[in-house]
Design a protein around this ligand. Structure first.
Ligand SMILES: CC(C)(COP(=O)(O)OP(=O)(O)OC[C@H]1O[C@@H](n2cnc3c(N)ncnc32)[C@H](O)[C@@H]1OP(=O)(O)O)[C@@H](O)C(=O)NCCC(=O)NCCS
Length: 172
């Protein structure tokens, strides 16, 4: 179900699980989850700003009212029909029950049919690669890889981040 740009009401809600757009107050939980899940940690300020100003492309998942996962995303200004997933995280206590996939699908349902999903994923991140492959497979999309961000471009010893694109998904 598509949500309006200012509506933070749940777009998925059943049993104890709620998935909804973010509001500024979710930024703190997103920062905590990023830290807990071992992701590249941005500043707490960055999560607050994203939760507030990029709410249309971010999601938070709550289980029994507790934040257990989030998606941080944006629409690249040069590619407005693309959705770039910067980070996706699910707390270890809530993994393996389809939460990450449901957050991505919730986000895709709120965007136009034909939206291309983009992300960069390290070669060693099997869980993340399996997640995007599962989303592509479930919706008949085509997943392809390009070089993405190479290790040489990072100022630290960060490994390269190949870029994936999923096109042609049918979300009905
Ligand atoms: C990646 C991550 C978000 C997946 O969350 P999740 O809620 O457990 O994933 P889901 O249950 O939605 O699984 C989606 C698909 O990926 C597969 N998958 C998930 N974790 C997997 C793993 N560790 N190994 C293999 N496959 C895995 C599932 O089997 C499922 O495929 P299916 O639909 O064909 O059965 C979670 O493991 C995580 O937070 N990891 C640490 C942070 C991270 O690396 N984020 C990604 C980079 S930004």
């Amino acid at each position: 179900m598509a949500t309006t740009s200012a509506d933070p009401s749940p777009s998925t809600s059943n049993d104890d699980l709620e998935i909804r757009r973010t509001v500024v107050a979710d930024g703190a939980a997103m920062w905590n989850l990023a830290r807990e899940c071992g992701l590249d940690l941005n500043s707490s300020y960055a999560y607050l700003i994203f939760a507030a100003d990029f709410a249309a492309t971010c999601r938070i998942a709550l289980l029994g009212g507790e934040p257990v996962g989030y998606v941080l995303g944006y629409q690249p200004p040069e590619r407005p029909d693309h959705l770039f997933v910067w980070q996706v995280a699910v707390s270890s206590r809530a993994r393996g029950r389809g939460l990450a996939r449901r957050m991505l699908e919730d986000l895709l349902h709120a965007h136009s049919e034909g939206t291309t999903l983009e992300a960069t994923v390290e070669e060693s991140n099997d869980a993340s690669r399996a997640l995007f492959a599962a989303v592509a497979r479930a919706h008949g999309g085509t997943l392809s890889w390009t070089e993405g961000v190479s290790a040489e471009d990072f100022p630290d010893d960060h490994p390269s981040e190949p870029r994936l694109e999923i096109t042609g998904m049918d979300l009905h």
